[in-house]
Design a protein around this ligand. Sequence first.
Ligand code: SAH
Length: 469
Amino acid sequence: MKPPAIVILGEASISVAHQIQTALPEALVYGLADRVQSKVITYENFGETVRELFQAGMPIIGVCAAGILIRTIAPLLTNKWQEPPVLAIAEDGSAVVPLLGGLQGVNDLARQLAAVLHVAPAITTTGDIRFRTTLLSPPPAYTLVNPDDAKTFIADLLAGVTVKLIGEAPWLENSRLPFAEAGKLTIQILPKSQSEPTSTLSKDCLVYEFNSDLIEPNRGKLAIVGTGPGSAEWMSPEVKEILESATDWVGYKTYLDLAEPLRKTQTIRHESDNRVELDRARFALDLAAQNRTVAIVSSGDPGIYAMAAAVFEVLEREAKSEWQALEIQVCPGISAMQAAAAQVGAPLGHDFCAISLSDILKPWDVIAQRIAAAAQADFAIAFYNPVSKQRTWQLEKAKAILLQWRSPETPVVLACNLGRPGQTVTVKSLDQLAIEDADMRTVILIGSSKTRMIQQRQGKQWVYTPRSY
Ligand code: SAH
C-alpha cells in the first residue's frame, strides 16, 4: 500500500491525525495552509489536493465530514478496481467511516484506525461483516488470480453455500467463512512458483497465489521499562535510551510525567488509569504488533508489582498470533525498597522478602498468612502498597501480626516519595508504627530480629541488618 494521506482542515484535528499515525507511522499529514499551525505538508485547495491524491492511488483519510469527501471525489469514481481506500474520520475521532476502496482493504484500515481511536468502525459491507474477511483484498503476500469470478462466488457464499480450502492461508482460517470438507465452492492457495492451479478456474473456485517473499517481517518491539523511584539519577542508561528511541510510551499518567523530560516531540504518550494493568498490557502488545517501538513504563522495577508480569499474563492467556514474533525486553529499575534501604544504610543486608498489602489482586487471608510466615522465618520485610485511600486497615492488622513474633523495638523505615519532590524517610520502632505514617507513595521496611540502629558519633543514624550471625 502507498503511504496514506491524512487530510485535515484545521488545527483542532491535529491530535486525531497523530493518533492515526500511531497505527500508520508512514502516513503523511496534509493541512490547510493558514488553518493548521503544526508542522505538516500544507495545501491551498482541498478539492484539488484530494483529487490529486486519489488519482495518484494514495489511501486518503479525511478528518472531515464524509459528505465533503464524497462530493470531492464523486467525479472520479469510474473503476472500483482502481480506487484507493478513502475514509472519513470525525474531527474528534468518534467515528471511522470507510467510504471507498473495499477491494483495496478499506475495511481493514478502518478497523485498524478504529482500534487506536477506541471506537467501532462503521463497516457496512455485507461480506465483510458476515465473514470477517475480504476475499477481494487479501493480505499483501496473496494475489487473487481470478477477480472476475469473485462477484458470483461471494454472492453464493452470502446465499449459504459452503466452501473448502485447499492450501494454507491463516487470514482465511481465522475468518468466519462457512468452511466445510465437502464444500461446493473452493478456495485454492498456490505458491507463486507453482503456476498451474489443480482445480480449473471457475466461478466456483477462487485461486490465490502466495508469494512468501512478500511476508513482512514483524519489526514490532515492546520494552517493559522501570524508571526507578523518581529522579533521573536513579534511572538506568538503558532505560533512558529506550525511552528516547521509542515511538510510543504507554503507562500510568504519573509515571509518564516523571519521564516527560526525556520524551522526543514525535513520541506519542498513551496515558492510562493505574488500575487497568491487563488492558494496558494488551494495548501495548497490539501497538507493538503494528510495528511500533513501544515502551511500557513502570516506576521502580517493572518486574516488581508492575507491568512486566501483566504483559506476560496477557501474552500467555490471549496468545494472539500477531504477538508471537514481537521482540520483548524487560529493562530493570531500582525498586522502592532498594532506594529506601539506601537512604538509611542496609536494612535489607541479609535475607528479606517483599509483600504487597494490597488485597485488590489477592485475598487478605493469603497476605496475613504470608506476613506471619515471613515474621516467623525472621525475614526483614518490605511492605509495598501499605495504605491507599480505599484501603486503610491492612497496615494496622499487619502490625498486629508482626508483633506476635517480633519485638516492639524492631526498627521500621518509612520512606515516602523517594527520589521525588517531598521525599521523607523516617525510622521508628515497630510499636510506634501508625496508619498516618504511610500512604500509597510509601514503602515500609520492617527489620528482622537482627536489624540494628546505630549512630555515627558526629553524624547520621543508620539501620542495618548484619550478614553474619
Ligand atoms: N514497581 C514499583 C512498585 C510498584 S507498587 C517498584 O519497584 O518500586 C507501588 C508501591 O511501590 C507504592 O504503593 C509504594 O509502596 C512503592 N513505591 C513506588 N514508588 C515509590 C517511591 N518513589 N517512594 C516510596 N514508595 C514507592
